[in-house]
Design a protein around this ligand. Structure first.
Ligand SMILES: [Zn+2]
Ligand SMILES: [Zn+2]
Length: 104
């Protein structure tokens, strides 16, 4: 079966890409999760982190890559996390903007 244009658009949306965050301008890795039902558009920091050092309350994602499959960002649930060997990405949170004005 040949992929339809909709399939191609979906595959494209799922391909991780570096894009600037529209709010803070930092480099972020964006992709849609490959879930048929509850796909999520992820914006993560581009550098993998050590999940043991992740701040509490931040979402973590797996960067799943294979020799023969395109890279995908996947939801990292706590069951998967116990056996996970993927690079782990953390949800992007904008850094506080440096204060431009001085209050004198
Ligand atoms: Zn994983
Ligand atoms: Zn940001």
């Amino acid at each position: 079966m040949r992929p339809t244009p909709a399939d191609r658009a979906e595959a494209s949306a799922q391909t991780p890409r570096i894009r600037a965050c529209p709010r803070c301008g930092a480099d972020t890795l964006t992709a849609r999760t490959p879930d048929r039902v509850a796909a999520v558009d992820v914006r993560a920091d581009p550098r993998p982190i050590d999940p043991a050092c992740a701040p509490p309350g931040r979402l973590l994602w797996c960067l799943v890559e294979g020799d023969h499959i395109p890279a995908r960002i996947r939801w990292r649930d706590r069951w998967h996390a116990t056996a996970c060997t993927h690079p782990v990405l953390i949800d992007h949170h904008c850094q506080p903007q440096p204060v431009q004005e001085t209050l004198l």
